[in-house]
Design a protein around this ligand. Sequence first.
Ligand SMILES: C[S@@+](CC[C@H](N)C(=O)[O-])C[C@H]1O[C@@H](n2cnc3c(N)ncnc32)[C@H](O)[C@@H]1O
Length: 323
Amino acid sequence: MSATRDGLLVWPEGPVLLNRVPSDFAPELPLDRCTLVHGFAPELAAWSGYGVQTADEIGTDYAASLTALPRVRDHGRALIAMAMQATVPGGLVLIDGQKTDGIESLLKVLRPHLELEVVSKSHGKLLIARRPDQVPAPIAAWAGLKPAAPEGWHTALGGFSANAVDTGSELLARSLPTPAGKVCDLGAGWGYLAPAILAHPKVTSLDLVEAEKAALDAARLNVTDPKAQFHWTDARTFGPKRSFDMVVMNPPFHTGRAAEPDLGRAFIAAAAGLLRPKGQLVLVANRHLPYESDLAQRFAQVTPLVQEAGFKVIHARIPTRAA
Ligand SMILES: C[S@@+](CC[C@H](N)C(=O)[O-])C[C@H]1O[C@@H](n2cnc3c(N)ncnc32)[C@H](O)[C@@H]1O
């Protein structure tokens, strides 16, 4: 956010809301009076070294708010509406966004309603406005945006497969080897896989591990079986080690827009560490993702189960000591 670094922006006195702002903004912010609201657990962890105050809910009466535009349009709009409502009239409303996340089209939509100052950056823009006495009605309405969730499910705005069940997840649910004992769903999203797991009577517990708070909150609504437990945390550091009979996952393989198979590899490593000596991992992935060698390094037996519609389901058994 070069505008602040270059001294173009003077932060007003009083509390500042950081609305889903990544930790690499930290050096440019008045951290001692900031409150951070961020639903993504690894990002919260990245902030922990800065000693910034955090909150689960956005709150009210901020002298300024800074929203970092997320990738999904309606998610960004809902965040902006909430931040604007939370900022005092006359307070500073800042929106930072990349071109690839739609900052240009957002600017066009906001212009008729707000007096905006625009600071151009190499890959995006910082939009600066004063909060009007009344939040303009079309913007205020964004606070009520909801995803078009598949019938019978709750999902999370901006989250994975918010509007439709993922084809890979559906394939995984359909081809799951019979689970039993303690099962863990790593990167559980809004809980789509849970009914397919809990339908098996020999399952004694299901731990749903998910980094995105809104997705996990949706999972709590979708999965009411008392055998289910919910963990808002990073799957890569989740414990307890060597205690599960089965791990099931459709691992994430990108952060933002960039493909990052290392994330999937880290999930495989985490799964191997979570499993008991005779434990098993079942995962689905895009057919082109090269997970086989990681699986072979961490498990004694690796079997492809099914390949369909561009996805593959792989069954890996007996984690090796290297895990
Ligand atoms: C491909 S989706 C699968 C969701 C769900 N299991 C399904 O099949 O519909 C991967 C999920 O992993 C979550 N995720 C991403 N990074 C994570 C991390 N470090 N720890 C835990 N979950 C993470 C994402 O938010 C997303 O919900």
